[in-house]
Design a protein around this ligand. Structure first.
Ligand code: SAM
Length: 237
């Protein structure tokens, strides 16, 4: 337990089949979480807007058999997002569990994603990680609190499978430059080309399907995107 956060000593000790996990889709040793969204909707929580669901509900029908997990540090945000997911499941309980729109494949846990990812995910387990509109931590002294740092990028390389993708989007130019600098510097990540990003439906969801992305849109802001592929072998040595 860390500041009231509970986490397993190692990934296979965690039970994903509870009601606030994936009770109808999780099968031990068969299905695992493959997509992770770090830091979830908060505007939805603040304004209790309906109709938008953030990235999790946008991705859910696109990948109905993939387990997609949000990790959010603030208890009230996590609780709000979880209640929305449980309500969506209840409204659609007549659907097959793997049918698009059943919302059985998304969940959210309260977690500090900067601390415990390897406690939850095995080496090479994840296919996609989303870092969408992360907190900018503008002051130089606070840069180490950013969700992309050299140490954390190494951790992300560990839990992503070769071919797996990191998605970053922000409206803060300085943060974009920072994320690109640190991901470029890691030998196990390479940028996706613009054509590859344009062809990936997750990029559209990441740029336009989150609460923060819609706020930026309303305010006429600019969105900076960059995606990285986890390589099989180091690009330089
Ligand atoms: N991705 C969402 C979107 O695009 O609408 C939310 C963006 S919001 C600006 C950033 C979120 O990340 C907040 O809800 C914050 O509580 C969460 N967060 C910040 N640090 C975190 C951490 N270490 N682990 C998990 N969540 C974190």
């Amino acid at each position: 337990v860390d500041h009231m956060l509970t986490y397993p000593v190692k990934p296979d000790l965690f039970d994903w089949s509870t009601n606030d996990g994936f009770p109808n889709l999780y099968v031990k040793n068969k299905s695992v979480v493959e997509f992770v969204d770090i830091g979830n909707t908060y505007i939805a929580y603040v304004f209790a807007r309906c109709g938008y669901g953030g990235l999790l509900t946008t991705l859910s029908p696109l990948f109905p058999t993939k387990l997609i997990l949000g990790m959010e540090i603030r208890p009230k945000v996590q609780e709000y997002v979880l209640q929305r997911i449980l309500a969506l499941r209840a409204q659609n309980k007549n659907k097959e569990f793997t049918e698009p729109g059943s919302f059985q494949n998304i969940s959210v846990m309260r977690m500090n994603a900067m601390k415990f990812l390897p406690n939850f995910f095995e080496k090479g387990q994840l296919e996609k990680m989303f870092f969408l509109f992360p907190d900018p931590h503008f002051k130089k002294k606070k840069h180490k609190a950013r969700i992309i740092t050299p140490q954390l990028v190494a951790e992300y390389a560990y839990i992503l499978k070769p071919g797996g993708i990191i998605y970053t989007v922000t409206d803060v130019r300085d943060l974009h430059d920072w994320m690109v600098k640190h991901l470029d510097a890691h030998p196990l990540f390479e940028r996706l080309t613009d054509e590859e990003m344009d062809a990936d439906p997750c990029v559209n969801a990441a740029c336009n399907g989150t609460e923060e992305s819609m706020k930026v849109e309303r305010n006429g802001g600019t969105k900076f995107r960059m995606c990285y592929r986890r390589l099989n072998a180091a690009k330089f040595s």
